[in-house]
Ligand binder design. Structure first.
Ligand code: LIP
Length: 244
């Protein structure tokens, strides 16, 4: 609720001289405080890995929440309604549950290991397309501060664009992953992301019948901060285009 209210204010701040930068940082921190307090009450002792607040060790060493209170911060800053709260629960290294909520459009993506993936209570399945030439592929564009990553991204984009119907860039990795689970995207890849960006999406895609690897083809997505996702055919074909 706080983010939805603050997003409305951000749209008004676009024209202010100072701009909404500090306001968005505050919105991000308030959202994380709410999530931290509520989850600490619901599951005392679990640890946290949070984008703003960092690591909080818990007494229960088996369980850790990975929280991005405002994924798609730049979109939010510019009044673009593509952002979300992403929460994942990791039990002994495995993501067992995830929630991604976009308050701007009231989209609630949820998944729990073995229980399926849902968008607003509607069951999710990855797309059935099996040809890259029919596929819509999501990606992440390294921002200005990641100038050294631009050449590799442009090389990958050139390769992928030559093989697929088209490419999309949302600016919120958590929602990119949910779009794969919902069959809106046939595949997605990104490098240079954090555990809290993609952890919820990993269980979402798995429970929707999809596949994920890191960009080397392994299972170290959270550790390496890279992901290649899709249905079985597209994920393998996309990995072949970007691997390494
Ligand atoms: C963002 C990711 C996005 C990535 C951006 C940024 P944030 O997370 O969701 O996919 O390309 O560089 O990391 O910073 O908005 O939480």
């Amino acid at each position: 609720r706080g983010l939805k209210r603050d997003f409305g204010e951000v749209e008004n701040l676009q024209v202010s001289v100072k701009g909404p930068g500090d306001f968005v940082t505050l919105a991000d921190q308030k959202a994380e405080k709410t999530v931290f307090e509520e989850l600490s009450k619901a599951r005392p002792g679990y640890g946290f890995v949070m984008e703003e607040g960092g690591v909080v060790e818990g007494t229960d060493k088996s369980h850790t929440w990975h929280v991005d209170p405002l994924d798609g911060t730049t979109n939010f800053l510019h009044g673009v309604p593509i952002f979300g709260v992403s929460i994942a629960l990791v039990r002994e290294g495995q993501v067992i549950a995830g929630v991604v909520y976009n308050p701007a459009v009231d989209d609630m993506f949820v998944a729990e290991r073995g229980q399926g993936a849902y968008l607003n209570n509607r069951r999710l399945r990855v797309s059935g397309r099996n040809k890259l030439t029919d596929s819509l592929i999501g990606c992440g564009v390294p921002h200005l501060g990641k100038r050294r990553e631009h050449p590799r991204f442009l090389d990958e984009l050139d390769t992928v664009m030559a093989k697929v119907t088209n490419v999309r860039r949302l600016g919120a990795a958590a929602l990119d992953m949910c779009f794969v689970a919902a069959g809106r995207y046939d595949g997605y890849w990104e490098r240079g992301i954090k555990s809290w960006d993609i952890a919820a999406g990993l269980v979402m895609i798995k429970e929707a019948g999809g596949f994920t690897t890191d960009c080397d083809g392994g299972q170290d997505m959270l550790e390496k901060g890279t992901v290649c996702a899709g249905n079985e055919a597209i994920q393998a074909a996309l990995l072949g285009l970007i691997k390494g």
